[in-house]
Design a protein around this ligand. Structure first.
Ligand SMILES: Nc1ncnc2c1ncn2[C@@H]1O[C@H](COP(=O)(O)OP(=O)(O)O)[C@@H](O)[C@H]1O
Ligand SMILES: N[C@@H](CC(=O)OP(=O)(O)O)C(=O)O
Length: 415
């Protein structure tokens, strides 16, 4: 059995949905399990709804209407008959959204996020599923929240592997073409999410639990390239990469594969194919056990919006011995992702990412006990398998704030 994951870019409009059908037909629909993300940029649009609810109530209605109009327009292009039940589904979803905001008493941003943003995936999967039925490709729509069970950490839920594996392996009917949502999970009856861009991970979870033969994620690029083509010129397609190389690249921020996707696949040696939904006959990239990189070229990863924090002790005590555990505890408590660390005798520099908007609270907590300086909005470049030419490419015309080299990797922080 094979798992296909279609991301937002592949279903960004009605043409995209029709193209998904072409991809499916070209590969054969038998023994296939499909994971789909929200359409186009709909996750951002649903995030805007949550943001308006909290901070700009006067924009809430418009934000909701924007997502509704988007899906309604798409339905009109896919289903001529406005009496088709999928239109009713759309109405029901928007009644649920309004009902939620009327009844909600919670002030927990992350909880509310997880009750609203998932409508993007629920709508996209229902639309694709109904469209496939309409054109004669029978399929089974699954509510992923009943299958992937998580803890209650909203927006960053951890999978309960025991429960999830038991449920998936015993209840998914593999004789059917199944379609489900990426990115979502369930804690009891409460919806959770696995972190932005988590649909690749969803595909890997199902692959692991169903012992799939492969996972294919369909992208708007030919496969995994040695750099993001929207940032770098002259990129090269990587035909094959090892799990280890892929996990390193994803960890450093190569957004083409979600970083949690690799471990479940590597554990069962399930190959991951990254292929183009535009040129779907091309082979793309395969991630599997074997040579690190084919061809072996420097690989560039850019991470924007980083904060470089330099922390030193006030009393000249050694930073590592006496203070580091303290600082790391706060970094952990405030969910600040550490991307680079470097220390001297009395000071410590750390490059962090503030996904949840907690940096100010972290700063508040530590600035009385330490001398703290920071530069925000800096960019971290990572080069795997670097050479002098690749380093010069990054450093040219840029102010380097910090640089760190290990055997295979160099990281350069640029102002
Ligand atoms: N190393 C890389 N190779 C290929 N694409 C990359 C790489 N790094 C970043 N990308 C970006 O990832 C995009 C595809 O991923 P994404 O937009 O998340 O797709 P989807 O939403 O369909 O999952 C590409 O269009 C490209 O801009
Ligand atoms: N829709 C979610 C999950 C996801 O993985 O999306 P995509 O496959 O389009 O990156 C997000 O945008 O975060």
């Amino acid at each position: 059995m094979k798992i296909f994951k279609f991301g937002g870019a592949s279903v960004k409009d009605a043409k995209g949905v029709k193209n998904l059908v072409k991809v499916l037909k070209s590969q054969g629909v038998e023994n296939t399990f499909i994971v789909i993300s929200a359409m186009g940029k709909m996750t951002n649009a649903f995030e805007k709804i949550v943001n308006s609810y909290f901070y700009k109530e006067e924009e809430l209605k418009i934000a909701i209407q924007f997502t509704r109009d988007f899906h309604f327009q798409l339905l009109k292009e896919l289903f001529e008959d406005t009496k088709h039940p999928v239109y009713l589904y759309l109405d029901q979803i928007y009644a649920q959204i309004s009902g939620f905001f009327i009844q909600n008493k919670s002030k927990d941003y992350n909880f509310i996020y997880d009750q609203i943003v998932p409508f993007g995936e629920l709508l996209s999967t229902k639309i694709v599923s109904e469209y496939l039925n309409e054109i004669g490709i029978e399929n089974n729509w699954l509510d992923v929240r009943e299958f992937i069970k998580t803890d209650a950490i909203h927006r960053d839920a951890k999978v309960d592997w025991n429960q999830t594996e038991r449920i998936i392996s015993s209840t998914v009917d593999m004789t059917k073409l199944n379609i489900t949502q990426g990115f979502l999970g369930g804690y009891g009856n409460i919806t959770t999410t696995l972190g932005r861009e988590g649909s690749d991970y969803t595909a890997a979870i199902f692959a692991y639990c169903l012992n799939a033969e492969s996972v294919t994620i369909w992208k708007d690029v030919d496969g995994v390239l040695n750099a993001n083509p929207t940032v770098f010129r002259d990129t090269v397609l990587l035909n094959q990469i090892s799990y280890k190389e892929a996990i390193e690249m994803a960890y450093y921020g190569a957004s083409v594969i979600h970083h949690k996707t690799l471990k479940p696949l590597e554990n069962k040696l399930i190959p991951l194919h990254v292929r183009s939904f535009i040129d779907y006959n091309k082979k793309g990239t395969t991630v599997r056990k074997g040579n690190d990189l084919e061809p072996k070229v420097p690989c560039f990863i850019q991470k924007k919006n980083q904060i470089l924090v330099s922390i030193s002790t006030l009393d000249f005590s050694f930073i590592v011995e006496n203070n580091l555990s303290d600082i790391f505890k706060y970094l952990h408590d405030f969910k600040l992702k550490v991307n680079l660390i470097q220390n001297s005798a009395i000071s410590f520099s750390v490059c962090i990412e503030d996904k949840f908007g907690n940096f100010d609270a972290f700063f508040e907590k530590i600035h009385n006990n330490y001398k703290v300086y920071y530069n925000d909005n800096v960019t971290l470049y990572t080069i795997r398998h670097f050479d002098q030419e690749s380093i010069s490419r990054i450093e040219k015309n840029n102010k380097v704030l910090l640089k760190q080299t290990s055997r295979e990797t160099i990281q350069i922080l640029i102002e």
